[in-house]
Write a protein that binds this ligand. Structure first.
Ligand code: PRP
Length: 197
């Protein structure tokens, strides 16, 4: 007895084999965004879950130019399109009355930042957050489109916890459970709408 909204969301995600490299089954959420009902259902499901949880911070990652040399060349315009972490966070923040905090690549944020490095399958990456954006004791939700190995969510949580925030939960549209990313979250709850094997 699956929620019909989940059925629609699942059907709206296009899976592209061997993109951006052989062996990867790419979960393409651009087709979800083309279906206004599926997009609305996605946001609504998160909002329903978090609206009465006293969350004052929604944090998400902008994903421009990760590993550009190892994957595919990313142009300026593609960068905007591919910042998938920023698509779902802001509508959830607006609907729950929380502030939205962007977590970004190095050298993108103009103010004082704290940084968290993390390990990727090949190489390293880094996320930064503005100092002062989140205060100690604030209740935060971390949002991303997808959890694979969990490295990204783990780094995002570390940033928030280092400034004394309480991460209530992580929320993703899609989980790839075979990669066991959940196990990297140190017991922090993770809520996902769709699992993909
Ligand atoms: C994807 C996705 C998550 C991350 C999850 O982003 O949007 O942010 O990978 O992977 P992990 O659980 O193994 O850390 P990607 O690196 O493809 O960047 P993008 O958002 O720039 O496309």
């Amino acid at each position: 007895d699956e929620d019909p909204r989940v059925t629609r969301i699942k059907r709206s995600i296009r899976v592209v084999p061997d993109f951006p490299k052989p062996g990867i089954m790419f979960q393409d959420i651009t087709t979800l965004l083309l279906d206004p009902q599926a997009f609305k259902d996605t946001v609504d499901m998160f909002v329903e879950r978090y609206k009465d949880k006293n969350i004052s911070v929604v944090a998400a990652r902008a994903g421009e130019d990760r590993n550009p040399t190892l994957e595919f060349p990313i142009t300026e315009s593609l960068a905007g399109i591919e910042a998938r972490g920023f698509i779902f966070g802001p509508p959830i923040a607006l609907a729950t009355g929380a502030k939205f905090v962007p977590l970004r690549k190095p050298k993108k944020l103009p103010g004082e930042v704290i940084s968290e490095e993390y390990i990727l399958e090949y190489g390293r990456d880094c996320l930064q957050m503005h100092v002062g954006a989140v205060k100690a004791g604030e209740r935060a939700l971390v949002v991303d489109d997808l959890i694979a190995t969990g490295g990204t969510l783990c780094a995002a949580m570390n940033l928030l916890e280092r400034v004394g925030a309480h991460v209530v939960e992580c929320a993703c549209v899609i989980e790839l459970p075979d990669l066991k990313g959940r196990e990297r979250l140190n017991g922090k709850p993770l809520y996902v709408l769709v699992e993909s094997h």
